[in-house]
Write a protein that binds this ligand. Structure first.
Ligand code: GDP
Ligand code: GDP
Length: 434
């Protein structure tokens, strides 16, 4: 499982800046699920082939920082969820009373802490760090988050004991890993039970549960699957409520660990920001996706028609994603999810030989030439695969840095169409080799 890292510290020490540095362009998932404070941000990051999840507690207001409450409730929550805490201080401001209070609180939590002295730019490192040694907190790093200085080195040291990400196996023993995600009450648990309760489904012994989601291996019509249950169906009633609160982290982990994500939404509720936010995260992560609009039962024909139209409009930016209208409660159309999951999986894991891809590229170029740049035509020579889940196509040529976005999209659509890719994002990378 990916480590979870919380950023804490006074306002203005640079937590959000570091968060953005670590997560780069990636979408942050803002926790506004019930039971979670709006101000906690979750992001997905990767340094030197090690993925981790970052939580930013950037929203702490000054008012939260009274003498008795140096850390707001949400920071406490973030620390509880984290494996490692990065405690940021400001080298320019120097040691502040609130830093001392936060340090005292952190020590009581017993989590591994790293002291991060930020804004070291323009200062002598040793001088900038000196006064913070008084805090007596383990390992100390000096960085300039806004310049990215020292950040990679710091993360390498922090993540030293964690393993590198493993490449996706082509035929994992547990079969296709499916994550069932969605906001609370959309019907995830009902769907998990329905999928497992179906005829001809054989559920195997569950392996050890993690603090995160539960992995349930099963077999259906000769195909093995592992369901990643973020709703905690099999755990309900046995564990207290606090487990349910961790759903954002569970969701992030499950998405990263899945081959195919089934995102569940409620037909009776309009699509809210949180849904789109979650969807954005899944797409950014590159996972194959199937959408299930649940609670389709009991709707009038008129309601169904209206909904169909609204959805077509809403999801027109992902035309390659299959949308299913289901009723988990009554089992309607639930079985239809499997063929879509299967296709999405096969698309995500597709292997295509270099000569086939190169022919495909040549045909595409012949139909529609890339533009001239500075009087010279961009040349695209050959194409090979660079990865799976999602499929990555690497195209070699010259002046490839000038390929316009619209041409890249054109190629993506051709690849998608000819290779019959469904349900998965596709990535294209260009390499110049003169
Ligand atoms: P947060 O409240 O802890 O999330 O702090 P922010 O990330 O919003 O940063 C507060 C201010 O510090 C912003 O104006 C940042 O541009 C600035 N800042 C962040 N990191 C650095 C740094 O490494 N060097 C300098 N000089 N300024 C920084
Ligand atoms: P979760 O929080 O996403 O796991 O949602 P649950 O599976 O616990 O379902 C939340 C509520 O929606 C429960 O009262 C379910 O009975 C109800 N529900 C789930 N699926 C359906 C459905 O297909 N139709 C209807 N009408 N209700 C459903």
């Amino acid at each position: 499982m990916k480590p979870v890292i919380a950023l804490v510290g006074r306002p203005n020490v640079g937590k959000s800046t570091l968060f953005n540095q670590l997560t780069k362009s990636r979408d942050a998932l803002v926790a506004d699920l019930p039971g979670l404070t709006r101000d906690r941000k979750y992001g997905d990051a990767c340094i030197e082939n090690k993925s981790f999840i970052v939580i930013d507690t950037g929203g702490i207001g000054e008012s939260d920082l009274g003498i008795d409450a140096p850390m707001a409730e949400q920071s406490q929550q973030a620390i509880m969820e984290a494996d490692i805490v990065l405690f940021l201080v400001d080298a320019r401001a120097g040691l502040m009373p609130a830093d001392v209070q936060i340090a005292d609180q952190l020590r009581m939590r017993g989590k591994p802490i790293h002291l991060i002295v930020n804004k070291i730019d323009g200062l002598q490192e040793e001088v900038g760090m000196a006064e913070f040694h008084r805090l007596g907190l383990g390992e100390t790093h000096a960085i300039a988050a806004s310049h990215g200085r020292g950040v990679t080195l710091m993360m390498e040291r922090i993540l030293a004991e964690f393993p590198e990400d493993e490449p996706f196996e082509e035929d994992p023993e547990g079969g296709i890993r499916i994550a069932i995600i969605g906001r609370p009450n959309v019907g995830k648990s009902t769907l998990v039970n329905r999928l497992l309760g179906e005829e001809r489904v054989v559920v195997y012994d569950m392996p050890g549960t993690t603090r995160d989601s539960i992995y349930i291996p099963f077999e259906r019509q000769g195909q093995r699957y592992t369901l990643i249950d973020t709703a905690g169906v099999r755990r309900r009633g046995r564990v207290d409520e606090t487990v349910e609160k961790f759903s954002v982290i569970k969701t992030l982990q499950a998405v990263k660990d899945a081959n195919v994500v089934v995102m569940v939404m409620d037909a009776h509720e309009s699509i809210v920001d949180q849904d789109l936010n979650l969807l954005g995260f899944v797409l950014e992560t590159g996972r194959a996706l199937v959408i299930a609009i649940n609670k389709w039962d009991g709707m009038t024909e008129y309601e169904k028609l209206t909904l169909r139209n609204a959805m077509q409009h809403r999801f027109d930016f992902i035309p390659y994603v299959k949308i299913h209208l289901i009723s988990a409660k009554f089992g309607t159309a639930v079985g239809d999810l499997y063929p879509s999951i299967q296709r999405a999986y096969e698309s995500a894991m597709i292997r295509v030989p270099t000569n086939r891809l190169t022919t495909l590229l040549e045909d595409a170029v012949q139909q529609h030439q890339p533009p001239l740049v500075g009087g010279r035509r961009i040349k695209l020579r050959y194409c090979h695969m660079g990865g799976h889940n999602p499929p990555l196509f690497i195209i070699h040529g010259n002046q490839t840095e000038s390929v316009p976005a619209v041409y890249k999209r054109y190629l993506e659509n051709i690849f998608r169409k000819i290779l019959k890719l469904s349900g998965t994002p596709v990535r294209i990378e260009f390499k110049t080799s003169e």
